[in-house]
Design a protein around this ligand. Structure first.
Ligand code: G3P
Ligand code: MG
Length: 257
């Protein structure tokens, strides 16, 4: 294994911020996660049409704002006018779309960790997104407080050309673990593999752990159903509602395993 940072990975990572209790991928959702005691969050990043990196999941605006249309056709000034909190609840009315810069500043000020997921929309450039995001990420947080992930292998391959394994921990994100998972992880000098918890099995989980990779699962929200995954060696659950797992998730592993 290449020399990775000694990340003290928590058992529970708040998916899109504390998204069961606050509008996903917002500053409010990250503050809520911190206040609830969950100091690592997973967040999605993509580019507006004017090239500004923002924290947003969907290619469109409709589900999580009072606007509509494509993210790729929006400029920052228009994005700022959107309400991205009211759809979730009145308490969040007036919440604004977070730029990556704002989010990194908040994470840094709170000393939080982030699993930042590069979201590559259809017909959008993986390398452009990585070129914009990686320098900002590296400038804002120490390597022990970050994992960069993506379903898009070309985005991760490009990210790896921008920083080595000791500076940029990479997580290979898959819907189900493919046969060729190990050469893919090796080629990227990956730190971790992240997969859909419903499609993982014990044999594959042990293979991944035995090869020395951290193993993360998204998005379990039923702690009872997830109990056996901990026994398979899964390191962390990326969940919408980490507080549900209180007293059920095992204690954190020490760094440098
Ligand atoms: O990074 C884990 C998970 O967030 C991947 O799926 O669609 O929720 O971004 P999605
Ligand atoms: Mg995500």
């Amino acid at each position: 294994m290449p020399p990775h940072p000694d990340i003290v990975l928590p058992r529970l990572i708040a998916h899109r911020g504390l998204s069961a209790h606050a509008p996903e991928n917002t500053l409010a959702a990250v503050r809520a996660s911190f206040e609830a005691g969950f100091h690592w969050v997973e967040l999605d990043v993509q580019l507006l049409g004017d090239g500004t990196p923002v924290i947003w999941h969907d290619p469109t605006l409709k589900r999580c704002s009072d606007g509509h249309g494509q993210i790729a056709r929006l400029g920052l000034a228009e994005a700022r006018k959107l309400d991205v909190g009211a759809w979730f609840g009145d308490a969040f009315r007036g919440e604004r779309m977070a730029t990556l810069d704002e989010m990194l500043e908040l994470l840094s000020s709170l000393g939080m960790g982030v699993n930042l997921e590069l979201k590559i929309g259809r017909n959008r450039s993986a390398t452009e997104l990585a070129d914009v995001v990686i320098p900002r990420l590296l400038a804002s947080l120490p390597p022990e407080q970050m994992i960069l992930s993506s379903f898009d292998l070309s985005a991760l391959a490009h990210a790896r050309t921008l920083a080595d394994a000791s500076r940029l921990p990479i997580g290979v994100l898959t819907e189900s673990v493919p046969q060729e998972w190990q050469p893919r992880c090796e080629a990227l000098k990956a730190f971790s593999l992240h997969t859909d918890w419903t499609r993982l099995n014990a044999t594959r989980a042990r293979e991944i752990k035995d090869a020395g990779y951290r193993l993360l699962c998204y998005t379990p929200n039923d702690p009872a159903a997830f109990v056996r995954h901990w026994t398979w060696g899964v390191d962390s659950a990326i969940t919408d509602d980490p507080s549900r797992f209180a007293g059920i998730a095992p204690p954190p592993e020490p760094p440098g395993r």
